[in-house]
Ligand binder design. Structure first.
Ligand code: HEC
Length: 105
């Protein structure tokens, strides 16, 4: 009887330890962040506005092919040309969520 209680407790503890970071990562909404931080210049649909020149359009298949996740992350973090950097303003997790979202446009 006692053993079973310990087992249940151990199982719950495991779920809490493993489950929490997974849930937190999923809690970062890449689309919402993109709409808030990037759409102003790059458009909600990924079509670059005047402010994003000479950036390519993120919804363009050819652009997607040439754009690696690492490149997108690097530009988000460090900025490029007139684009402001986000290091220090966004967490690594948030930048990763935005980059993942850009790849889906
Ligand atoms: C103030 C306007 C502005 C904002 C806000 C902005 N960008 Fe940019 N972005 C630019 C400009 C301008 C360039 C082109 C830089 C260059 O090549 O000189 C660019 C370039 C890029 C590129 C490289 C595109 C290419 O074709 O090489 C990526 C990727 C990118 N931005 C992603 C983002 C993401 C993701 C966000 C939101 C976190 C964001 N940008 C926010 C202006 C902006």
């Amino acid at each position: 009887m006692n053993k079973n209680i310990y087992r249940i407790f151990a199982a719950l503890l495991l779920v809490a330890l493993i489950g929490t970071p997974v849930l937190m990562a999923e809690g970062v909404d890449g689309k919402a962040l993109y709409d808030k931080k990037c759409a102003l210049c790059h458009g909600k649909d990924g079509v670059a506005k005047k402010m994003a020149e000479p950036s390519g359009n993120f919804n363009d298949a050819a652009w997607q092919e040439g754009a690696s996740l690492d490149m997108i992350l690097e530009v988000i973090a460090k900025g490029k040309g007139k684009m402001p950097k986000n290091e220090g303003k966004l967490s690594d997790e948030e930048m990763k969520a935005i980059a993942d979202y850009v790849k889906t446009l």
